[in-house]
Design a binder for this molecule. Sequence first.
Ligand SMILES: C[S@@+](CC[C@H](N)C(=O)[O-])C[C@H]1O[C@@H](n2cnc3c(N)ncnc32)[C@H](O)[C@@H]1O
Length: 192
Amino acid sequence: MRMPGIPDEEFIREEKIPMTKEEIRVLALSKAKLFEGAKFIDVGSGTGSVTVEASLFVGEKGKVWAIEKEKEAVQLTRKNVEKFGLKNVIIIEGEAPEALDHINETVDAIFIGGTERLEEIIVTADKKLKKGGRIVIDAILLETVTKALSVLNQLNYKTEVVEVIVAKGMKTSKGYAMISRNPIFIVYGEKQ
Ligand SMILES: C[S@@+](CC[C@H](N)C(=O)[O-])C[C@H]1O[C@@H](n2cnc3c(N)ncnc32)[C@H](O)[C@@H]1O
């Protein structure tokens, strides 16, 4: 088991594919309440950074599905999964919610970083989630936050939202300058 918090520099990156930043991954996976042996779905895997962190944390007895609709991002997820030598990851090229139908097991937590068609994704994700499991959504837009909360509340989830504002120190000749990371919202709900 490896705790989340891999430095961003350790991932293979591509400029046009956005990555969930290290500090946000740590918080989001903590809100997902992952544990060793857990089953986890990453919707909109992008670079694969969340998939990689989750895979290392749940370990060999756990399982991670990475869903991504863009071919280039799928390839990047695959490169990072290979770089970290992960054997418990299944990559699904396709668009959620339909791509979720390729998963024939119930899981312990679902992370949604790709928020196109969010409402439909949450409703389908709910059917794949065990009771007591969590759906965690990263959002930049206020509208995404209100939509996520509204759908989760309609499904009777116990919901929370946090706004995360992080600044990371950059070493300069005069000392450390704190450079802001984009603020982000993490919405999460627990299935009752
Ligand atoms: C903000 S990025 C995710 C970043 C990712 N967590 C990472 O760390 O690299 C959003 C990704 O979700 C994908 N996406 C958006 N909506 C999707 C959907 N409905 N189904 C599958 N992928 C989706 C986009 O193609 C994009 O790669």
